[in-house]
Write a new protein. Structure first.
Length: 275
């Protein structure tokens, strides 16, 4: 049976470390969290991030804008926050309403306040290996590998999913750690043949039940990033069939309680480093 990677426990350890560091600073770091519209999930995420800030000795300021906010209004707010020296990090919760171009908004955030690490300058620096904020989810997964003594050097890593937030940067961080990286996505032929080669399998496709036990190499490390909410029960599930996978893998992350808490913890680390 696989070791279950406890993301919640590791996240608590990181919160405590961040709190110790913020206590040493002359003033509390400050996050400006911007939420546009009334997507219920986004409201929960932002509320959770505010709670995390509190635990870590970080000030959070929340800016709620109506769903019909014009793009110019949001860009003007970002400009104001970019120039406000009392604000260290800026986070605009995604997704944004249809009338707003997400890329334009991400590019408007000052790269040194971009605690999500979504700005193209920060993405570029990650590609070339310069010190930079790392996107929170892949960074949290790297932290799990470190904590559990999982080595990546020379390993076959397969990343399922190619989003800008998770899949693409995950592959880059694994490459940086000297792994051999394969990206799989919705157009991949023979997904199972590739996942079966993986020493480390990171799945972020958002398709419940996509990865069954027979698609996993015995002894592989399985990281399930997905958070799919069952519309009938409201329960969260990942993309991996957990009961099958835990019998085959050496390490596995649960959903919930695996990657999710680590994403939140790494945001706190990025805010600390934005000071
Ligand atoms: N929406 C879903 N995940 C994220 C995230 O990590 N950051 C932001 N800003 N929005 C999100």
């Amino acid at each position: 049976m696989a070791v279950i990677i406890d993301g919640k426990k590791l996240a608590e350890k990181i919160y405590a470390e961040v709190a110790l560091e913020t206590a040493k600073l002359p003033r509390r770091p400050c996050l400006a969290a911007v939420l546009v519209g009334d997507d219920p999930a986004s409201h929960i995420y932002v509320r959770n991030k505010e709670g995390d800030c509190k635990k870590c000795g970080i000030e959070s300021r929340r800016y709620d804008l109506p769903a019909d906010t014009p793009q110019e209004r949001l860009l003007a707010l970002i400009d104001e926050l970019n120039h406000d020296d009392s604000v260290d990090g800026i986070l605009v919760q995604l997704p944004l309403p249809k009338q707003i171009d997400e890329n334009a908004v991400i590019q408007a955030i000052s790269p040194d306040k971009d605690v999500d690490a979504f700005h193209p300058l920060n993405v570029g620096k990650m590609v070339t290996g310069e010190p930079v904020f790392w996107p929170c989810t892949p960074a949290g997964i790297m932290e799990m590998f470190r904590e559990y003594g999982i080595s990546l050097d020379g390993k076959n890593c397969v990343v399922v999913g190619r989003s800008n937030i998770v899949g693409k940067p995950m592959g880059l961080l694994l490459l940086r750690a000297n792994a051999t990286v394969t990206y799989c996505h919705s157009h991949t032929a023979s997904l199972a043949a590739l996942t079966r080669q993986a020493d480390i399998l990171v799945v972020a496709a958002g398709r419940p039940g996509l990865i069954t036990g027979d698609m996993i190499k015995p002894g592989a490390v399985v990281i399930d990033v997905a958070m799919n909410r069952n519309p009938d029960t409201g329960k969260l599930t990942g993309d991996v069939v957990f009961d099958e996978a835990e019998k085959i893998a050496s390490f596995i992350t649960p959903v919930p309680g695996g990657v999710g808490p680590m994403t939140r913890a790494m945001l706190m680390k990025n805010i600390l480093h934005s000071v």
